[in-house]
Design a protein around this ligand. Structure first.
Ligand code: GLY
Ligand code: MN
Ligand code: MN
Length: 357
């Protein structure tokens, strides 16, 4: 089913006779438009795409599934949205509750007197969680770039190389593949690896350091997000113990992924493994997040998740243990929920590895 049809089906379930999609990612999903500002109004039989004069030509090129309406100063978005909503006969107009600011809502209310504006949670977000095959193919291509990149930077896992040296090489490599970095590269070592989202510094790798690399590539608008932790020099028993506990937690969580599983239960599987190793107090973040058009896309595997997994959803699985003064370990893969379980998209090995020992 195409995005527009999925949305119309949801509208009928919600008992709204029109939907206003204003989030750029969701507009992109619905129409193929890649610009930053546009809105779509959908009714059961009609749809209109609204953007402004900056995107006149781009919209003509990219949007062929609905009427395109381009606004020009002194007209404003709220005016044109109201005009089009009336023209389409919208009376109960659902909007994206989590993507609309209070100010935006106020301006719509002023212009749309008589139209019942209804906030709907995850109006389009929920639908976007289940990926099309062609979307999964792009995520796979992005994962291919991260795998190749890890392979390329492995030669830098040496005493004396700085975190920044590695981060910059990762960025160069990804750009040279014709991709862009999905987010700022994380490269942290030694005690600094206890910072889950640490910024690479000029600290040099030393014997006995954990080195955590977390990076992703964006290919044709779709992202990958992978983390590996390795050891520089000779490992101690504690290094192995912490690493293997995180790996056990990650593998157990991946094993628990299947259609019908609750996101919060998958998170708990990882948390329970770490609890058995008395390490759960060092795992402060969620197990994973949706992945696709956004790095942190809709959906989560976490204690607060209300998601029930379905075939075609894509998540990261990334337990971590962060011990202040000692260091941290995180292992992150990207997986697709398939009928028979999780399909792992990364090929980079994740068994315990020590370099230069
Ligand atoms: N790179 C951010 C994350 O793993 O969620
Ligand atoms: Mn990551
Ligand atoms: Mn992630």
């Amino acid at each position: 089913m195409k995005p527009l049809e999925r949305l119309r089906e949801r509208m009928s379930e919600l008992n709204v006779d029109a939907a206003l999609i204003s989030n750029a990612t969701n507009v992109g999903w619905l129409t193929g438009f890649t610009g930053s500002t546009a809105m779509v109004i959908i009714t059961p039989s009609d749809a209109v795409f609204i953007s402004d004069s900056r995107y006149r030509e781009q919209a003509k090129e990219q949007v062929d599934s609905m009427t395109v309406e381009i606004l020009q100063a002194p007209k404003t978005y709220p005016e044109v949205v109201a005009e089009q909503a009336r023209k389409l006969g919208a009376s109960r107009l659902g909007f994206e509750a989590e993507h609309v600011t209070f100010a935006q809502h106020s301006s719509w209310e002023k212009k749309m007197a008589g139209i019942d504006l209804r906030p709907v949670e995850k109006l389009a977000d929920r639908l976007r969680m289940v990926k099309y095959d062609w979307e999964i193919e792009r995520i796979k291509a992005a994962c291919g770039v991260t795998d190749a990149c890890f392979d390329h930077v492995e030669r830098l896992f040496q005493v004396g190389v700085t975190e920044l040296d590695i981060a910059i090489e990762i960025e160069f490599f990804i750009r040279r593949q014709g991709a862009t970095v999905a987010f700022d590269v994380i490269a942290v070592s030694g005690a600094r690896s206890a910072r889950p989202h640490g910024v690479p510094s000029d600290k040099k790798l030393e014997p006995g350091d954990f080195l955590t690399l977390d990076f992703g590539a964006c290919v044709d608008g779709f992202n990958s997000d992978m983390t590996r932790t390795v050891l520089i020099g000779e490992p101690t028993a504690k290094h192995r113990e912490v690493y293997n506990a995180v790996l056990e937690a990650q593998l157990a969580a991946i094993e628990a992924i299947r259609p019908g599983a609750a996101g919060k239960d998958v998170d708990k599987v990882a948390r329970d493994v770490l609890a058995r190793h008395s390490l759960d107090q060092f795992f402060g973040h969620g197990l994973g997040h949706g992945l696709g058009r956004l790095v942190h896309d809709v959906g989560s595997l976490s204690t607060a998740s209300e998601d029930i997994l379905e075939e075609g959803m894509v998540f990261t699985v990334e337990p971590g243990v962060y011990i202040e003064g000692f260091g941290g370990v995180r292992i992150e893969d990207d997986v697709v929920v398939r009928a028979t379980g999780a399909e792992i998209l990364n090929r980079t090995p994740k068994d315990f590895r020590a370099y230069g020992s």
